[in-house]
Design a protein around this ligand. Structure first.
Ligand code: PLP
Length: 412
């Protein structure tokens, strides 16, 4: 497969220093971007520049370096806001990652709005990050959890909406793209249905924001959580977006420096949003580098990225279909599906599959991928996942296929 439209992937790969290295004597084929993506030179240099040139705390010092850091930090917030189509940068709260963003909502919004008997609706394809915080909230408040089930093909069983998304549901928390099945959910429709029964909708964008254009206003959602490290930015930085009136109505999550207006001996008043939710010194350089990652991805073009990944996905689905005993967990068709491919290989444990692939320089993930309820639903203890990003090549899909054939022969 020679065609590599719509951008020059070979040239783009040169921007990612890590992809030039060899692992076990073979050029690294990194097929685990669903766990964490690699970083381009532009992002690495941005982080390096911050620590070399203007490292200082933000919102505090009245000196040049601190002003420069504050300016860059707040400018990054604006970049993130634009990247997801937010109405205003004050709607973006910097968090450590998706997990912290969801916990923030569960604690602050959930604590103020969820009561005993209320229902929180999740889906069986959620990552543990979008399950456990709601379980903890339900345990604190006496709310009830319910799950939308899955079809055999790995899509949401939308027929269940009529009976499950009803009055009494206060929140629907759903992923936009499954990290295991690759399924892309119909978020705009779900948002409409949620609002029709008076519920809010939180979208886990960990696997969608890096891979496709996401516009929070077009989707009509209330909350979006995502992680920088899956979208070319460093670890330790992520974001929560929430509609401004909702954010403004929420009490703080954590208490400490920066998030206050006035501190008396026995009580405090709190800062405006989003600062109210950013207690303590934030990940300053990492936030600035997240802004650089947004610039980088926007420059390549999110539509172009999505189109390219779809091409790669089509190729991978074709090639994997030729491997005997391989079963894909998730939609086999390209429709409404992203480039995360999980599978089982008859007679070979996923960890052995991953081990053999590693010997070939191909990095994939094996395990339950933080989705135990999903794996239990399909009655499999674990799976192997290959997940693709902008820098992957069809040749790497070929190497994956050859490695899988090798694993099958070794274990049969
Ligand atoms: N949600 C989904 C769908 C994910 O794939 C992940 C990470 O794999 C997360 C949430 C959690 O992301 P983080 O560990 O960056 O908080």
């Amino acid at each position: 497969m020679a065609k590599l439209s719509p951008f020059d992937v070979v040239a783009l790969r040169r921007e990612f220093p890590i992809l030039q290295q060899h692992v076990n004597g073979k050029l690294l084929a990194f097929l685990d971007s669903g766990a964490s993506s690699q970083k381009p030179r532009q992002v690495i240099e941005c982080l390096d520049d911050y620590y070399r040139r203007y490292n200082a705390n933000v919102h505090r010092g009245v000196y040049k370096l601190s002003e420069e850091a504050t300016f860059a930090f707040e400018r990054a917030r604006g970049k993130v806001a634009r990247f997801i189509g937010a109405a205003h940068k004050r709607e973006v709260v910097f968090t450590r990652n998706t997990t912290e963003a969801i916990n923030l909502v569960a604690y602050a919004w959930g604590g103020a709005n969820i009561r005993a008997g209320d229902r929180i609706l999740l889906t069986l394809m959620e990552h543990h990050s979008n399950i456990v915080p709601w379980q903890m909230l339900a345990q604190r408040t006496g709310a009830k959890l319910d799950y939308i089930g899955l079809t055999d093909e790995g899509r949401l069983d939308l027929a269940e909406l009529d009976t499950k998304l009803t009055e009494g549901v206060k929140l629907l928390a759903v992923t936009q793209q499954s990290n295991v099945l690759g399924t892309v959910n119909p978020i705009a429709m779900l948002a409409e249905r949620a609002h029709a029964v008076g519920a809010k909708i939180l979208v886990d964008g960990a696997q969608s924001v890096p891979h496709m254009p996401v516009d929070v206003r077009a989707l009509g959602i209330d909350f979006l959580a995502f992680s920088g490290h899956k979208m070319c930015a460093p670890t330790g930085i992520g974001a929560l977006w929430a509609r401004r009136e909702i954010l403004e109505s929420m009490p703080p999550f954590m208490g400490g420096g920066s998030m206050i207006e006035l501190v008396e001996r026995d009580h405090s008043t709190y800062a405006e949003v989003p600062t109210r939710f950013e207690a303590g010194t934030p990940a300053i350089g990492e936030a600035i580098a997240l802004g650089a990652a947004c610039d980088y991805l926007a420059n390549v073009g999110m539509e172009a990225i999505h189109t390219y990944e779809q091409e790669l996905l089509g190729y991978a689905l074709d090639r994997l279909a030729s491997v005997e005993g391989l079963r894909i967990i998730g939609p086999q068709s390209m429709e409404e599906r992203g480039a995360a491919l999980s599978f089982t290989l008859e007679g070979v444990h996923p960890h052995d599959v991953a081990g053999i692939l590693d010997g070939e320089g191909v990095a994939v993930r094996a395990g339950h991928h933080c989705t135990q309820p999903l794996h239990r639903h399909y009655d499999i203890p674990a799976s192997t996942r290959a997940s693709f990003y902008i820098y992957n090549l069809p040749e790497e899909v070929d190497r994956l296929t050859v490695g899988l054939e090798k694993a099958r022969k070794l274990f049969s």
